[in-house]
Design a protein around this ligand. Sequence first.
Ligand SMILES: [Fe+2]
Length: 510
Amino acid sequence: MAGVSAAAVAAGSGVPAGAGTPVGGAVPADPFQLGVASGDPEPHGVALWTRLAPRPLAEDGHGGMPSRPVHVHYEVAEDERFSRVVRRGRAVATPELAHSVHPEVEGLRPGREYFYRFRAGNEISPVGRTRTAPDTRAGVDSLSFAMASCQAWYHGHFTAYRHLAEEELDVVFFLGDYIYEYAINSGNLWREGVSLGPGHDAEVRTLEQYRLRYSLFKSDPHLQRAHARAPWVTTWDDHEVQNNYAGLNSQYGISREDFARQRAVAYRAYYENMPLRRKAIPRGPDMRLYRRMGWGRLADFHVLDTRQYRDNFPEDQAERTDPSRSILGAEQERWLVDGLRRSGSTWNVLAQQVVMAQIDRDMGPGKTFSMDQWDGFAANRDRVFDAVRRFGVDNLVVLSGDIHRHVAAELKADFTDPGSATIGSELVVTSVGSDGDGAPTDNYTDLWLSNPHVKFYDGRRGYVHCTMTPEQLSSRFKVVDHVRRDDTAPVSTVARFVTEAGTPGLKREG
Ligand SMILES: [Fe+2]
């Protein structure tokens, strides 16, 4: 199985790697075309990211880089002009990790804004802005964050990111489907004004293909600006590997052994292209992505991975309530329940990928549920809700993506009884690009709204922007009215909800 040497990993994280391949030689011109990023902020540090690719769309997936390691220098400053540099360092970009680097900067001050940039040879990268989390015990007046998901580059322009990058932002949550693995050809290339070579017209299976796919999606300038604007906290869904996969089960007749190989290269390409800490480095087909981020005493964000450990699709609907079925896997479930139990924060947020609220998809007397979302793992959802009630976690907020629609829903102790207690709120963000232009209402509007705990639905592209204070969470659902033709659509707020701390549920304010 394709592995990554410890030396390559250490080098990319800015840790001295010891003896290895000699580093050096000329750096090809213009190597920062995939931009810069930062992620996973903590009170005293943040992870930085870049990946050298002078020819990002070279169809061999190597981005135009020679097959030798290269030094990448970075600096972090308190000001945009870099007159007050507070940290400098050097990492080694190796071909084993697609010439990506993930230096983890330490020794920063909590709750502060910083700027960073990279240098390779004589080439200087664009400047990124980032920030550290507040001190663990600090009171926090306000946190601004955005959520995004599902960026099928070929379905439209990333106009949503053009506007997201203009928002007040401390952090961005990306909730899955950063790439899609499908072949791209005239059938699905709806983004007007671009053309692609034949190398993209194949379903993605190999490491080189995944790398090329990240390069293609990351070539979007609005996505790059959004990364450069604030630190991102990312999790994945299915399309970073393959549609609707579950654990080591492909839905396309691939053996578990072969799919494990595919998952290994897909996870590796994911790590190479995201601003993740070295804790996330994959080992073969396994990668620890679930993690927690604290924001002072204001919030704990529990970032979940509902793909890697989930049980396979059941044979029939009745199995969905089988108590042995798990979407989190036993270890992650214990970790989550433990984190909820120990949290002393005002807000507890699950940042994750698939819809958690129960959604009956039969508008008649029958009942039909999606087996790809939490509905396919109802007992696991019950156990999480039980923990929320048992430990008095009274400000539960769930952030989700996946469905390419904006939805706001209340989470009920018993979804079949509208009078039962509301124990939290779910904000589902629409897609950035997937499904093209969309429309305010569509064939699924009535179905979703026929579930009484669903308070809002919109089928256009966009993002969600939230402002969180100790008193309330205010969420604005943003949309653009077209993405296929060009990237000029203005943004508008289609709905605004408020959740008061101590009073679970959603109040519509506009
Ligand atoms: Fe998606």
